[in-house]
Design a protein around this ligand. Structure first.
Ligand code: NAD
Length: 391
């Protein structure tokens, strides 16, 4: 069988797990070439896949006729240009989240995919996380009744390692971290609540990292990843430019009339995504997101106030693979989508809605904190990409 040839733009950072998981000649998939501006990243890539071609200019990779689909795993502000160029070059595209950093950018990517009749798949890997899938199963079973509310808290202890050391700390690369990180959770809230945001209000502030030690050498920053980096006041060399918030809080009114909150903080000692869904007959809450994560379920009323143990709990065991197994699973879904026309689990329209919430939330938290209404996505795009989207 002729191998299905894949290209990869961005082979360092997050990109490493992509070439590690997708060069599987025995299953008919081959990473044919990689492009990166970093010599070091290309060197590691070449070592891992000696047969692959390497280039520094991604356009060179896009010009290779052997390549049928590409992974784009580069910083967020490059997504729009790279995805559009790849689609115009006739490639199917796996694009890391967020789809883009502006609403206009999202629309441009979707329109280009539609006009070029190429597939666009967004890397919302949380849709493949076992803890999220279990919560979805519990909600869909009806055991907690009709879900009315989602309250989501996001604790990030590696904020200082990455987001305030490298490109993430600047609006021009991300728009802001509510969009950058929150795109995942907003998508999951929409997916599990089976509706999407119509109105959003938000507040956020920069109150910790702006007071920490900063680089002055003018060099681009690199992520550090070290548990010793805590508390932030003891850490050195944060980005010279920090114009994004280090905490955010948003409120979302969904089309269904249901309501949600999402809160994000970048300087906690622990890391977790804590979701609570409250329905008309109970509530669920997860504690932990990876191996040994628990989901607690309350369906009986307790006497009075005070501690109330859950009626029952699930513990998720035997979870392997990066991002709790979500990475290998999303990549498999993409490969099967582009080669065999399998149904994609993520949706470009839903990915655009997550970006819209993030963009408008940042807009309002940086001005009067008033409520913003999401614009309608053009009808032709909804019709074209809508099959998988939340209705
Ligand atoms: N889904 C997830 O769980 C998840 C997790 C982490 C990151 N991400 C996303 O993955 C993307 C990459 O993030 P990262 O942390 O790996 O970033 P990064 O800064 O490590 O960059 C990734 C690679 O892109 C390369 N690159 C930068 N500019 C380039 C250019 N012009 N041409 C070719 N290569 C270029 C870099 O040299 C690097 O090797 C981002 O969009 C991020 O939001 C997703």
């Amino acid at each position: 069988m002729k191998p299905y040839r894949l290209g990869q733009i961005g082979v360092g950072g997050r990109g490493v797990v992509f070439y590690q998981n997708n060069h599987i000649p025995e299953e008919g998939f081959e990473i044919f070439a990689g492009a990166d501006v970093s010599d070091e990243a290309l060197e590691q890539f070449q070592k891992a896949i000696p047969t692959a071609k390497c280039c520094k200019d991604y356009r060179e990779l896009l010009a290779m006729p052997e390549i049928e689909a590409v992974f784009i795993i580069t910083p967020d502000d490059l997504h729009e240009e790279m995805a559009c160029e790849a689609l115009k070059a006739g490639k199917h595209v796996f694009l890391e989240k967020p789809l883009a950093i502006t609403i206009e950018g999202c629309e441009k990517i979707l329109r280009t995919a539609m006009e070029c009749r190429r597939k666009i798949y967004i890397g919302h890997n949380m849709r493949f996380m076992p803890v999220i899938l279990k919560m979805k199963e519990i909600i869909d079973s009806g055991v907690i009744g009709e879900v009315q509310l989602a309250w989501v808290r996001h604790f990030i202890n590696y904020g200082g390692d990455t987001y305030f050391h490298d490109w993430h700390s600047e609006r021009r690369h991300t728009t802001g971290l509510l969009l950058q990180k929150g795109a995942h959770d907003i998508d999951i809230i929409h997916w599990l609540m089976n509706s999407y945001t119509e109105k959003v209000s938000a507040m956020g502030m920069l109150s910790v990292y702006d007071k920490c030690h900063r680089r002055t050498d003018g060099k681009p920053g690199k992520a550090l990843w070290d548990v010793k980096n805590y508390p932030p006041e003891k850490v050195k060399d944060f980005s010279a430019v920090i114009d994004v918030e280090d905490s955010n809080m948003i409120m979302m009114q969904l089309k269904s009339g249901k309501q949600c909150t999402y809160m994000q903080c970048h300087y906690t000692p622990d890391a977790d995504r804590n979701y609570t869904f409250i329905g008309t007959r109970g509530r669920i809450e997860n504690c932990g997101i990876g191996a040994n994560a628990q989901i607690h379920v309350w369906t009986n009323r307790a006497q009075g106030a005070g501690s109330h143990l859950p009626d029952y709990s699930y513990t998720l065991r035997d979870i392997t693979g990066t991002h709790s197994g979500a990475d290998p699973a999303i990549m498999k879904n993409f490969r099967e989508y582009v080669r065999d026309d399998a149904t994609p689990v993520t949706s470009p329209i839903d990915a655009m809605r997550a970006v819209m919430v993030g963009v408008l939330a940042h807009e309002t938290m940086r001005s009067d904190m008033s409520c913003r209404t999401l614009p309608e996505i053009p009808a032709d795009l909804v019709e074209y990409f809508g099959a998988q989207a939340i209705k």
